[in-house]
Design a protein around this ligand. Structure first.
Ligand code: SF4
Ligand code: SF4
Length: 98
């Protein structure tokens, strides 16, 4: 379930706060060297203007998703659709570790 999302250059970052509430260390925030994430209560949110993030402040590096997967509670995934891929493979695919 998506409780919070923000848009990147080519996709979006999606949070499930039900899982974030069970996450003790919230490692996604520190993993973002671009500094675009901060905590608001138990949930990560943008620490800067969403328009700037969409223009490229989020580099789509996937660090937050990897940290979430290995050290967090699986409350984050990044969707980066690849144009034309569905037509080639016949299936819908996203970059998705959780
Ligand atoms: S690491 Fe994952 S589960 Fe933990 S706060 Fe961040 S997004 Fe939520
Ligand atoms: S993908 Fe990279 S730049 Fe974007 S929020 Fe996650 S860690 Fe930060």
């Amino acid at each position: 379930m998506a409780d919070y999302t923000f848009t990147t250059i080519t996709g979006q970052v999606v949070f499930d706060y039900g899982r974030c509430r069970q996450c003790r260390e919230k490692p996604c925030v520190a993993s973002c060297t671009a500094g675009i994430l901060k905590l608001e209560g138990d949930g990560p949110v943008l620490a800067m203007d969403a328009a700037q993030v969409k223009k490229g402040k989020c580099t789509e590096c996937l660090a937050c998703e990897l940290e979430c997967h290995f050290r967090g509670a699986g409350g984050l995934h990044i969707e980066l659709p690849i144009p034309g891929l569905d037509a080639i493979t016949g299936v819908k695919r996203d970059v998705h570790f959780n």
